[in-house]
Design a protein around this ligand. Structure first.
Ligand SMILES: [Mg+2]
Length: 210
């Protein structure tokens, strides 16, 4: 009933597919308030991640996540590579050697990943970044866990919170990253990083909660 290493591999594949499908949308969002490279960068990074993932076995969740993190750090430029790379590397450390995760271990891994992103990017809630999807998702995961929710229910609540968080970036004025240079002109645009992070949580809920 847990999340196996094979499930994690399938999730990474799902995420790569989702990034490919949303590539144009991510480019469009990043063109409005950034430099327009988020969709292409993430797509290139996830394709590279899939190539490396093929060399890793299905007995260690941490090894799979580490492989993804290293691919993203080495292949994706701009802010997204180091930030998503850190997310996956921290999740990898939290899950090293584990063939399977329960809800608590998944929540711990997400918590470690989000903490890494915040440390690296120095972003807080409300800065109009990927953190605005990730933090509500983590909070929802922890609430669900403390209420004794089933894995599938907890993951769905986490993905829903990520979506709400993503949509909440629209009226925000950016305080971090390239979008912050626009000042008030960053308002009325959905943050691209929050959008790609929502896809991460949504694909996890669909893959692990099915
Ligand atoms: Mg960009």
């Amino acid at each position: 009933m847990g999340i196996t290493a094979a499930d994690v591999r399938a999730w990474i594949e799902d995420y790569a597919t989702a990034i490919g499908e949303h590539r144009a949308e991510l480019v469009q969002l990043d063109t409005a308030i950034g430099d327009g490279d988020h969709g292409t960068n993430m797509d290139r990074g996830m394709r590279a991640a899939l190539e490396q993932l093929a060399k890793v076995g299905d007995d260690d969740v941490g090894a799979l996540l580490k492989s993804v993190g290293m691919s993203l750090i080495s292949k994706v430029g701009g802010a997204a590579g180091p930030l998503y790379g850190t997310l996956f590397m921290r999740m990898a450390t939290a899950t090293a050697g584990k063939p399977e995760l329960d809800l608590g271990e998944w929540a711990e891994a997400v918590a470690a990943g989000v903490a890494g992103v915040q440390q690296r990017g120095k972003a807080e809630a409300g800065d109009k970044t990927m953190v605005d999807s990730l933090l509500p998702a983590l909070d929802a995961l922890r609430s669900a866990q403390s209420e004794g929710a089933e894995l599938a229910d907890a993951l769905r609540r986490s993905a829903d919170a990520a979506r709400d968080g993503m949509l909440a970036t629209v009226p925000m004025q950016a305080r971090k990253g390239r979008a912050s240079y626009l000042g008030p002109r960053s308002v009325d645009h959905q943050d691209p990083g929050a959008t790609s992070s929502e896809l991460l949580l949504r694909t996890a809920a669909e893959r692990f909660g099915g």
